[in-house]
Design a protein around this ligand. Sequence first.
Ligand code: ADP
Ligand code: MG
Length: 213
Amino acid sequence: MIDRDLAVRLVVAASTRVNDHQEELSRLDSVAGDGDHGVNMATALAEAARRAQQGDHSTAADVMRAAGSAFHETVGGAAGALFGSFFGALAAGLSRSAAPDASLLVAGMEKGLARVARVGKAEPGHKTMIDALAPAVSDARKSVDRHDDLGSVMAAAARAARRGARATAGMRPSAGRARFAPDHSLGTEDPGANTVALVLESWADQLSSEVRA
Ligand code: ADP
Ligand code: MG
């Protein structure tokens, strides 16, 4: 079950991981974008972690909702609104039960992907965060349908997200700021797809360290 304290640990793990990679994320964004992605995401997640830890939350859904609000209220930029929508949808999924499990988390991730696609109007292959998120959600769904435990579901999602992020190097962007310089970014991975991979990897690692402990 995903309780309030676990949700807080997941948000904090994501914040630490993205903070550790923020220079690399901004460097990726500087190739065809404006070079602010690492700072945007590290700033939003630091605020998300602060709100997760300090808020008077009683459920995992409350924690994820607070994290989502930090993205919307802290950073400008396309990715801030899109990641905020993703966390908001996760919260909505988790809120459907008093004891949310892996299956509700995956339902929330599916809702999150749909919301990001609707808000950003990007499709797979457009070289955006969708190219990591869509395969991650699809493999998480397969894993949960096999009745894998939460840690295995997140590990499957993280592996698929990383593969998806790597594959964006071979794409020309047709969404976001990078679309104005489509050839510039050929050979470079999409920054937002990398953030998706980092967040899901941090969640998979957090869950596997808790099983071992
Ligand atoms: P900005 O582009 O406004 O400077 P960021 O640099 O923080 O914002 O984020 C850039 C990332 O946002 C891209 O790498 C991409 O993954 C994601 N992104 C941008 N536009 C879209 C969109 N329309 N749909 C999905 N993802 C998008
Ligand atoms: Mg940018």
